[in-house]
Ligand binder design. Structure first.
Ligand SMILES: C[S@@+](CC[C@H](N)C(=O)[O-])C[C@H]1O[C@@H](n2cnc3c(N)ncnc32)[C@H](O)[C@@H]1O
Length: 264
């Protein structure tokens, strides 16, 4: 008898699917299929890790984003469904029939840059990241999805980019304030602090990105970035002060202002 007490049934099912290497449909279609000893041992070990609080994505090493399966390790933020809004807004501004230049700042697992690159094969995407271990994961994901039009660059924000200019810049930077109680809860306890925490106010990464993006955009180019649920008004203020046009915020599926941006 498998002990799955104290585990969300959705998590237990996701772990079982991954332990068996089957899809949800296969799981439903063949509920009678017995587990091999190896599958059973793996599933039990994974249940224990989940019971200890480890995120499902770190246990299985995978998370779906924009209908693509991404490798994830504890070196990268686990891709979030709300970040798909950033991809959607970028795609609306990247013509399909032209070799547009796109920059993804702080790429983590590479989920945003690879999703964009797959949807816009003519685009040339540059993805920067400060953490080498995260860059390794992003490169693995690009190979997995044959996204040959993404170039990964180790860089502290715009530092390694010289005077390069882009048609669209996207970013999902760290935006949680130090001491935010959420950092001690759920999956956040296991994710890299460098991917989550910006500084005392939460805007310490967004501020410099907005200030410096102007010099890296072509005329008419767009900056779009994700932020926290109470940061939209302050982000619009930063964009307006720097001189961005058409400044706006967009809501995610939960109705929360999640992405802000503007055009030069
Ligand atoms: C919130 S995660 C976003 C990852 C990925 N884009 C996503 O949406 O899942 C922020 C990322 O910023 C990176 N980062 C933090 N400081 C940075 C810096 N100064 N320059 C470049 N990247 C940085 C972190 O390593 C982390 O991968």
């Amino acid at each position: 008898m498998l002990r799955i007490a104290n585990i969300d049934p959705i998590d237990a099912r996701a772990l079982l699917r991954a332990a068996l290497g089957v899809s949800d449909t296969q799981l439903v279609a063949h509920p009678e299929q017995p587990l091999t000893d190896q599958q059973r041992a793996r599933y039990l070990a994974w249940l224990e890790r989940r019971r200890a609080g480890e995120p499902v994505a770190y246990v299985t090493g995978a998370r779906e984003f924009y209908s693509l399966d991404f490798e994830v390790t504890p070196a990268v933020l686990i891709p979030r469904p709300e970040t798909e809004l950033l991809v959607e807004l970028a795609l609306e501004r990247i013509a399909e029939d032209a070799p547009r230049r796109v920059l993804d700042l702080a790429t983590g697992s590479g989920c945003v840059s690879i999703a964009i690159a797959r949807q816009r094969p003519r685009a040339r995407v540059v993805a920067t990241e400060i953490n080498r271990a995260a860059l390794d994961v992003a490169r693995t994901n690009a190979r997995r999805h044959a996204a040959g039009n993404v170039e990964f660059v180790e860089s502290d924000w715009f530092g390694a980019l010289g005077a390069a200019r882009f048609d669209v810049i996207v970013a999902n930077p760290p935006y949680i304030a130090e001491g935010d109680p959420h950092l001690g809860e759920g999956d956040l306890r296991f994710e890299p602090r460098q991917a989550l925490v910006a500084g005392p106010s939460g805007l310490e990464c967004i501020g410099p990105i907005v200030a410096r993006a102007h010099a890296h955009l072509v005329g008419g180019g767009w900056l779009l970035f994700e932020h926290g649920h109470q940061q939209a008004a302050r982000c619009r203020g930063l964009l307006e002060r720097i001189g961005f046009q058409e400044v706006a915020s967009w809501r995610d599926l939960a109705g929360i202002e999640r992405v802000s941006g503007g055009r030069v």
